[in-house]
Design a protein around this ligand. Structure first.
Ligand code: HEC
Ligand code: HEC
Length: 293
């Protein structure tokens, strides 16, 4: 028996003892035939490993290779003229083709992704929401409007929409005299009405004052003479000629939608646009709610 074989036997014994120790340590029940078979298998693998290893280590010591050498040497090491093993070449090319298939048709490019999944779910949920509120009645709109208002608008306009002492517009009234004076002196071009801009109309003065007081007071009684200049665009009733210009007599769906879409800067301050944050139904709900105040 040569020393290599002795070393191999010792290695096998160590592996077997380690296997037995693990089995004991884990308190594995060897009366169970499956466990017993598994342990015998492990011992078998240990013996085969030791045997095969010994065989090849022995061979490496004595074996001489044969064959035709190519002329080149790298650091003194020559190379045999071996054909590329065809099995290896085929599996190499096969793996490249498979990898391309996998990336393009299989998993990654067409993949399930969390972003895709999230978008799908949001879309499905929005469709469900839109279907559920396709034809909401007044009561539903008012309730929805109030809840959206409390979340999105109350921080500036206040829970009761009173404008928090002038920090934002008091939405229980259309516009204050100061706001109207500001618009008719400077004009305005921000709400995106089909008519476009309102030009500056009246500088501060008695006429402007009378018109502003009349509009802010809810257009009661006889209109001051200077209001005639406003009629062409806003209509004699101030309702804006069916959406051509803003309704200055009260809130309507068109005005609220234009304000929410474009935001607004005025005498009081700036309100951001809610363009991407509200659905058309929510805009209508907000307008319905504001008109109940
Ligand atoms: C040439 C048409 C035209 C005339 C005349 C006109 N307006 Fe306007 N007005 C508009 C348009 C268009 C807007 C919307 C401007 C915008 O997009 O910002 C507007 C906006 C307003 C607003 C602001 C509404 C809001 O909610 O922000 C007030 C108030 C107003 N007009 C009052 C008047 C008064 C009062 C007069 C008469 C002195 C008058 N306007 C004359 C076309 C006109
Ligand atoms: C960041 C504060 C802020 C938020 C949030 C806000 N607003 Fe405003 N809003 C304002 C200010 C400031 C004005 C007055 C602008 C001016 O000076 O004319 C205003 C004005 C308005 C007007 C009157 C516009 C006009 O032309 O008369 C309406 C209607 C309105 N807001 C509705 C809403 C609704 C509905 C929401 C919630 C979706 C909302 N606002 C959220 C600050 C805000």
């Amino acid at each position: 028996m040569n020393s290599l074989m002795i070393k191999a036997l010792a290695f096998a014994v160590v592996l077997i003892l380690a296997t037995v120790a693990v089995v004991k340590g884990m308190k594995i029940d060897l009366s169970d035939p499956i466990n017993l078979l598994t342990m015998l298998g492990a011992i078998g693998i240990a013996i085969i490993t030791a045997g095969v290893t010994t065989k090849y280590i022995g061979q490496m010591k004595t074996d001489k290779s044969t064959g035709e050498l190519v002329g080149d040497k790298w650091d003194g090491i020559g190379e045999y003229k071996n054909e590329l093993p065809s099995g290896w070449a085929f599996s190499f090319m096969g793996v490249i083709i498979w990898a391309l298939w996998y990336w393009i048709v299989g998993y990654p490019v067409n993949a399930y992704s969390q972003i895709g999944e999230y978008n799908e779910e949001t879309k499905a949920f929005n469709a469900k929401y839109e279907a559920a509120f396709a034809n909401p009645d007044q009561a539903t709109l008012t309730a929805m409007g109030e809840s959206v208002f409390l979340v999105q608008c109350a921080p500036c306009h206040g829970e009761t929409a009173d404008g928090l002492s002038g920090k934002a517009q008091d939405l229980t009234n259309r516009m204050s005299k100061e706001q109207i004076l500001d618009v008719i002196a400077k004009g305005s071009n921000q709400l995106g009405y089909p008519m476009g801009a309102m030009p500056p109309m009246l500088a501060q003065g008695a006429d402007a004052d009378a018109v502003a007081a009349y509009v802010a007071g809810g257009m009661q009684g006889t209109a001051p003479a200077a209001f005639a200049t406003c009629v062409a665009c806003h209509g004699a009733d101030g309702k804006g000629n069916n959406g051509a210009a803003p309704n200055i007599a009260g809130y309507d769906d068109t005005l609220v939608s234009h304000v929410l879409q474009n935001g607004k800067k005025g005498a009081i301050g700036a309100m951001p646009s809610f363009k991407t944050r509200l659905t058309p139904v929510q805009e209508k709900a907000l307008s319905t709610y504001l008109q109940t105040l």
